[in-house]
Design a protein around this ligand. Structure first.
Ligand code: GLY
Ligand code: MN
Ligand code: MN
Length: 444
């Protein structure tokens, strides 16, 4: 299995600590276990920031980073080994494992945190934490601070500055290393295979969930623990619902199906959308809209390179889509005016993409000092223009209504431009029709 190497976690911790102010401490909790119903838990997914700095996969853990501390800078609080619990729920690293396998300089039982952590914070001037994202943990942190404050008359020195860790950490996460790109390529490869399998299985009379099952099969077979987000399998008019999740409608002859799905590998997401005809053959209207979205995506790729700013790719998609909608008679007027008045938003109401990484909508600022961010090598993003013609849109001829198309790929900015990670799924009308026709011949 392709994964982030241990050395990279250590490099990340050092890089973060190098940016922290002198005499400071950073404290990050693991994700909490979420209850699904009664005593059934949701599949555990580590918090992305916690994972980024540790690779430690367990709940009930807290990372403490103390730059410059003589007896070790990286401390981990985690669950103790427990033969009975491990018999029921699976192995735990314990404190020995935290040191041996996860590079901690020292490790303590999580049950001792209230006794130990105030002593570690005491005397440090500044505390970095993910303030606001975990109210329960924020409350604990204030309790630990208050323990120190209550001993001020004995000479204890509580910290005076509390800083959100996000800015430093999320800027680091925005730039993907070679190891991260390798993992993202693998997630993309498996997801591409999943889309191909769903295309090959597509038939009128099946259901949206039938295709979701094909996706899930490839994800798990590829070693992915779970999808990076809830898969969208939207046929017919459902393709016009941007975050459709029901996935239970019938696949009808003559309809398109839009699939937006990607798996997660070692906590790195992929995010692919393809749209194809359920029966394997695009109608003239479906083809016209599809090729327009594809042209918009091509125009966007050309705007992704170092020194181009974040919004250029989006602007390129808006121009191509607006001009195309005028050409097809779906919008009337001059292209510049229609862009200025945002008339295209009746058909294209989302942005051309987002940062991609450990979170599908990944962290990192889109603007810096009020200006769109300039792209740099290692930034990963999606490119996902779409056109959605509402089934209820009375302004357009009936033949267009209910067509929804999105095409989404994942890219990483390179020195020359960008690398498309998800190029493994057919995309032109001819390629899609050929793949689906071949699958039909094989099945008959
Ligand atoms: N899958 C959600 C998105 O494309 O942003
Ligand atoms: Mn996306
Ligand atoms: Mn998507």
């Amino acid at each position: 299995m392709i994964h982030i190497p241990k050395t990279e976690y250590s490099r990340r911790r050092k890089a973060l600590m190098a940016q922290m102010e002198p005499n400071s401490i950073a404290i990050l909790p693991a994700a909490a276990v979420a209850i699904r119903n009664r005593d059934v838990e949701h599949v555990y997914r580590q918090d992305s920031d916690f994972q980024y700095l540790s690779g430690f996969p367990e709940p009930q853990a807290v990372i403490v980073l103390m730059p410059g501390r003589e007896h070790g800078e990286y401390l981990l609080f985690c669950r103790e080994r427990n033969a009975e619990r491990e018999l029921w729920d699976g192995l735990r690293a314990g404190q020995e494992g935290a040191i041996r396998d996860y590079g901690a300089d020292d490790a303590f039982p999580i049950t001792d945190i209230d006794d130990i952590l105030p002593g570690l914070i005491e005397g440090r001037d500044r505390v970095y934490s993910a303030m606001g994202s975990n109210p329960e943990f924020d409350r604990h942190l204030m309790e630990w601070i208050n323990v120190i404050r209550s001993k001020a008359h004995l000479g204890a020195q509580p910290p005076n500055e509390f800083v959100a860790l996000d800015h430093l950490l999320h800027d680091m996460r925005l730039y993907k290393s070679a190891a991260e790109v390798k993992v993202m390529r693998e997630a993309a490869r498996i997801s591409a295979q999943a889309h191909i399998r769903a295309m090959q299985a597509s038939r009128p009379g099946l259901h949206e969930f039938s295709l979701e099952a094909e996706l899930d099969y490839e994800f798990r077979k590829g070693g992915a623990k779970m999808p990076a987000y809830g898969s969208i399998v939207a046929a017919g008019r459902n393709s016009c619902i941007l975050h459709y999740q029901q996935n239970d409608a019938l696949l009808k002859d003559g309809d398109l199906v839009l699939i937006d799905a990607g798996c997660e590998i070692d906590c790195y997401a992929s995010d692919i959308t393809r749209t194809w005809p359920v029966n394997g053959k695009f109608s003239p209207e479906q083809k016209a809209i599809y090729e327009l979205v594809l042209a918009a995506q091509e125009a966007a790729f050309a705007e992704i390179a170092p020194n181009k700013h974040w919004n250029q790719a989006h602007e390129a998609t808006v121009r191509v889509i607006t001009a195309g909608l005028v050409r097809l008679g779906l919008l009337e007027g001059g292209v510049d005016e229609l862009i200025a008045s945002e008339a295209y938003k009746a058909f294209y109401m989302h942005r051309a993409g987002h940062w991609l990484g450990m979170d599908v909508h990944d962290v990192g600022e889109y603007k810096v000092g009020g200006e769109w961010r300039v792209l740099e090598v290692g930034m990963a993003l999606t490119v996902e223009p779409g056109i959605y013609i509402s089934p209820d849109n009375q302004q357009v001829a009936k033949k267009w209504r209910g067509i929804g198309v999105r095409i989404e790929d994942d890219v990483v900015v390179t020195k020359q431009g960008c690398e498309i990670l998800t190029g493994g799924v057919p995309k032109s009308v001819a390629e899609i029709e050929a793949l689906m026709a071949a699958a039909r011949v094989q099945a008959s």
